[in-house]
Design a protein around this ligand. Structure first.
Ligand SMILES: [Zn+2]
Length: 231
């Protein structure tokens, strides 16, 4: 989700049994204005709140790099019994509400990775939910169809055509949702470039996304026995 998970963080703020991790657009530019790296949890749960505050306009490469530089290592260190993940798709470039620039393809990749983490560490105990998402034609139906497919153990390929019946339905029932001359998506993906640079190949202090990632790693990784630079 493009927004900080402030409610969930607040509920479990001082509970060492629950690790909350939020990747979101920085509170400097977006509601609710919280979710900075120094928010790490209460005195009994230091390191159990994790916040990656990404700069506005972060796209797939930065978003995926941040996810992979923070989430898998923490999951492996924390060893959860169950993963609950929220898949708000308002981080998409087309979303009218906020200003991250991810694609459907990247969001699908993150959902797949979360499912693999649940398989590896939690015997497949995984609860996945929707979340925010305000482009209800081009983005929300595809992202959450992918999510349901992944949760059901049958991921849908990105090149899969969208059923013509759905396209007809939207044209007839919700023409106001389309801009003049705009057509509906034809396939389940966007042919986005989802290449991301692994943290293993180094940290670039001149890159704003890398600085955001490093700020988070420095705050919480040592509290989980992890090295901010090398793990
Ligand atoms: Zn949201």
């Amino acid at each position: 989700d493009v927004h900080h998970g402030d409610g969930t963080q607040g509920v479990f703020w001082n509970d060492p049994r629950v690790l909350t991790v939020s990747l979101h657009e920085s509170g400097l530019s977006l509601f609710p204005g919280t979710g900075f790296p120094h928010e790490i949890g209460g005195p009994d749960a230091a390191g159990m709140a994790v916040n990656v505050a990404l700069p506005a306009r972060t796209g797939d490469g930065g978003w995926l790099r941040a996810f992979h530089a923070v989430v898998p290592a923490l999951v492996e260190a924390f060893r959860p019994e169950v993963i609950v993940s929220q898949h708000g798709c308002d981080s998409h470039a087309r979303d009218p509400l906020a200003d991250l620039r991810t694609s459907i393809d990247a969001q699908r990749e993150v959902a797949l990775t979360v499912s693999h983490l649940a398989g590896r560490f939690c015997s497949d105990r995984w609860i996945a939910t929707g979340g925010g998402g305000y482009d209800v034609i081009h983005v929300v139906p595809r992202v959450w169809t992918h999510l349901v497919g992944i949760a059901a153990g049958h991921p849908i390929q990105l090149g899969t055509p969208i059923p013509e019946s759905w396209r007809e339905y939207v044209r007839e029932r919700h023409p106001e949702r389309l801009l003049p001359g705009e057509d509906l998506p034809g396939s389940m993906g966007e042919e986005a470039d989802t290449w991301w640079r692994s943290w293993d190949v180094g940290f670039n202090p001149n890159d704003a996304v890398d600085r955001a990632i490093m700020a988070t790693r420095k705050e919480v990784f040592p509290l989980h026995g992890l090295d901010p630079w090398f793990d």
